[in-house]
Design a binder for this molecule. Structure first.
Ligand code: SF4
Ligand code: SF4
Length: 108
């Protein structure tokens, strides 16, 4: 997927740009404190093009990171996208497995 296509998935809700604390046991609590670079009127980053330089904690999301991070909001568009992709992959894999199994039974 091209970079622009990946970026277009984000619905720009700004939720991931708020401070959060890890309470353990997979529980993440979001605080009311936004990143200093978040425009809370528009929910857009004011330094998006240079965000990693402006905010060292800010990360560039990738498919693997979205799967692994565990602190993105449940309704984050990337989280929903990756769940959808993983479901499609699982359904495809199950269909291939079923077809192979059927073919191998026919050969016996
Ligand atoms: S620097 Fe990063 S965390 Fe801060 S507002 Fe911009 S995108 Fe969000
Ligand atoms: S929570 Fe997800 S959809 Fe919302 S701004 Fe952050 S990356 Fe984009």
């Amino acid at each position: 997927m091209k970079r622009e296509e990946w970026e277009a998935i984000c619905d720009k809700c700004g939720k991931c740009c708020y401070e959060k604390v890890d309470l353990g046991g997979g529980i993440i609590r979001y605080l009311d404190e936004p990143c200093q670079h978040l425009d809370t009127e528009t929910n857009l980053c004011k330094v998006y093009g240079i965000r990693q330089d402006a905010e060292p904690d800010c990360i560039q999301l990738t498919e693997d990171l979205v799967r692994d991070l565990g602190w993105l909001p449940e309704d984050c568009a990337y989280v929903r996208y990756m769940r959808h992709q993983d479901t499609l992959a699982a359904v495809h894999s199950a269909a291939v497995h079923k077809k192979r199994s059927r073919n191998s039974k026919r050969r016996r």
